[in-house]
Design a protein around this ligand. Structure first.
Ligand SMILES: [Zn+2]
Length: 285
């Protein structure tokens, strides 16, 4: 594809359809696809400024870690109750009809899987698992919840009574005081437990990155849905697709760091856009 064609073009839905028709798609999704499920996107337009926690903060500061786990203990239940929306379902349908080869998601909410997508790469991990940093043992978040409930009787009920609990995308909730919260250690070795989520300052496991590149390589085009592509872990697939001559279409509310690599951008919500794409792309495929 020519460099002129790759220059940023803000298009319409009809332009997106024309560009993607007949192509098999790799899809990269971010927080924007989950906002209609009630999980706020802290990077979207109009979002409150928020400093993400870093891996170094988590492993280096016991008080910080206690505060994090206390908030997570409340917040993960919210994610656990969350349901996929029309956008997630549209991507699952497009996969079943052979249009979408697979989804690379920066979300940890598992809503693509819940909607029926089969080929999903959870780039940044998943909220329902916990890993020991010392011995590598992985347990379910539900199992840890039972242990934390036993260690902190009444905590969740007390916090639930607070009117304004802010829920963040990575299953975080802001709580006034967490100094009394007791953290659980690894039952096998006593090591530090961490949600199986890739934090800032952490790298995505190499094997996971390779699978994502392979998905992009197997596709004819890359569709980015609901990501501002702020972090390199997602942006690299956009650069890779563009660098190998594949059209990149970005559907997102607001500008993204990947716009300069896109053949087309569409400033729109993902749910309504993906639903429209099911009707037209699945029909012509
Ligand atoms: Zn361990």
């Amino acid at each position: 594809m020519s460099s002129e064609a790759r220059a940023l073009t803000t298009g319409t839905l009809a332009d997106v359809v024309a560009l993607l028709s007949g192509h098999r798609l790799a899809v990269l999704t971010g927080a924007g696809v989950s906002t209609d499920s009630g999980i706020p996107d802290y990077r979207g337009p109009g979002s409150p400024p928020r400093t993400p926690m870093t891996y170094q903060q988590f492993v280096g500061d016991e008080a910080f870690r206690r505060h994090y786990w206390a908030r997570n203990h409340v917040g993960w239940r919210h994610v656990n109750r969350t349901l996929p929306n029309a956008g997630h379902r549209a991507l699952a349908t497009l996969e079943h009809r052979g249009v979408v080869l697979g989804v690379i998601t920066q979300n940890v909410d598992l809503l693509h899987e819940a909607a029926g997508s089969r080929h999903v790469i959870d780039l940044h991990g998943r909220y329902d698992r916990v890993v020991c940093l010392a011995c590598g043992t992985v347990i379910s978040r539900a199992e840890l919840a039972d242990r934390l409930d036993a260690l902190n009787p009444g905590f969740v009920a007390a916090v639930g009574a607070v009117a304004d609990v802010e829920i963040a995308p990575e299953a975080d909730a802001v709580i006034e005081s967490t100094s009394q919260f007791t953290v659980a250690a690894c039952a096998r070795c006593g090591g530090i437990l961490k949600p199986d989520i890739v934090y800032f300052g952490e790298t995505v496991p190499r094997e996971r990155v390779e699978r994502a590149y392979a998905l992009v390589d197997a596709a004819d085009a890359l569709l980015v849905a609901g990501s501002s592509l702020t972090v390199q872990s997602g942006l690299r697939f956009v650069r890779h697709a563009a660098g190998t001559g594949k059209p990149v279409v970005v559907v997102n509310r607001g500008a993204t760091r990947g716009d300069r690599y896109a053949a087309l951008t569409l400033d729109a919500g993902t749910s309504e856009t993906l639903v429209e794409l099911v009707d037209v792309l699945a029909a012509v495929h």
